[in-house]
Ligand binder design. Structure first.
Ligand code: AMP
Ligand code: MN
Ligand code: MN
Length: 325
């Protein structure tokens, strides 16, 4: 383990050991890494007899409802009494949604993340952009504390790592990722059940939306840019919700000529959430940072507060510039 990460972890462990009331939260529009890491750390700290609360900051997508103890993630009233707040997988405080209010009340903030754009907002920052998932860092932390990694914790961590690596396929996957995955398999997790829940349970509504999305594909710059837009109208027509767009953007990136894939999600008329994925050269995190977003080199996001046609133009101009470099 990186020496500075090890040092920060031991400082975090001291703080955790001396804390009674701990809150954990992750970012809005949650994903598998976020939910899996939150549950795993929550279960581990409960084994230390800590009073730990997992804050629900946003709607939990259906895909993750199979995870053990998912009901532990719930809404809490803001309180004065927060010894320690642990932020997971969140590159800045605003991404925490309501969790930010708990963070601001806390005596200590421990920030555990793997986004290159992390702002180091914690008192202790365990930030490692070379980790494939926050789940890898949570795995190491649980081991460093010396808590027994049971099957439920392992299931959540495997989900965290599998989802953030595109089933161990993306370039963020390292030998350490596989070492950790093998340790998790040793705990007797049911990967058939996990994989069916994560990757083979697409609803018919989601499938129809997917087809609709693919029909709206636009290509630019000799097919190097692939763009898909999902409007509220398309959701209505397919009886689907925005979380059903999961997987669309990586599918577009899989087209042989595509270097940058763009998905525009019309959350509201003038609020467009953008997901970018790149294949080899373009740093999409840099592009998203220009719009107050962030992420990783090959997977990033931001929100543009404009109508969908203006948002398309704004993001396209930036991508074209990046590809022209
Ligand atoms: P998404 O396209 O929403 O799946 O996000 C891709 C990656 O970028 C994930 O690691 C997100 O956590 C991160 N990300 C998405 N939106 C933002 C944002 N507004 N600010 C910072 N990071 C983001
Ligand atoms: Mn995430
Ligand atoms: Mn992550």
């Amino acid at each position: 383990m990186d020496k500075s990460i090890k040092t920060y972890m031991s400082q975090a462990i001291d703080i955790i050991k001396n804390s009674k009331k701990i809150y954990i939260a992750s970012h809005i529009q949650p994903d598998g890494d976020n939910i899996g890491s939150t549950l795993a750390l929550g279960m581990a700290l409960k084994k230390m007899d800590k009073d730990v609360s997992l804050i629900k900051v946003d709607h939990i997508p259906k895909d993750y409802l199979f995870l053990p103890n998912i009901e532990l993630i719930k809404e809490y009233d803001i309180t004065e009494n927060v010894d320690t707040f642990i932020a997971l997988d969140s590159s800045d405080m605003d991404r925490l949604g309501v969790g930010k209010h708990f963070a601001l009340k806390a005596n200590n903030i421990i920030n555990i993340d793997h986004h290159i754009s992390n702002t180091n907002f914690g008192h202790i920052n365990i930030v490692s952009p070379t980790s494939a998932a926050t789940g890898e860092l949570v795995y190491k932390l649980i081991n460093e504390i010396g808590i027994d990694m049971d099957k439920d914790i392992a299931t959540c961590l495997y989900t965290a790592i599998s989802t953030d690596t595109g089933s161990f396929m993306y370039s963020n996957t390292t030998y350490i990722t596989h070492l950790i995955a093998s340790k998790l398999l040793q705990k007797g997790i049911d990967i058939e059940r996990i994989n069916i829940n994560l990757y083979q349970s697409r609803s018919l509504e989601r499938t129809k939306l997917f087809i609709n999305c693919l029909n709206s594909l636009e290509l630019f710059m000799d097919n190097k840019i692939g763009m898909v837009a999902v409007t509220q109208q398309m959701l209505k027509e397919n009886n689907a919700s925005m979380e059903d767009t999961e997987g669309v953007v990586s599918f577009i990136r899989d087209i042989d000529s595509v270097e940058v894939a763009v998905l525009l999600k019309e959350m509201k008329y003038d609020e467009i959430k953008i997901s970018l994925r790149s294949k080899k050269t373009v740093d999409v995190s840099k592009i998203c940072t220009k719009f107050n977003g962030g992420g990783h080199k090959k997977a990033a996001g931001c929100t543009i507060y404009n109508d969908i046609s203006k948002a398309k133009k704004l993001i396209l101009d930036e991508i074209m510039m990046a590809l022209g470099d």
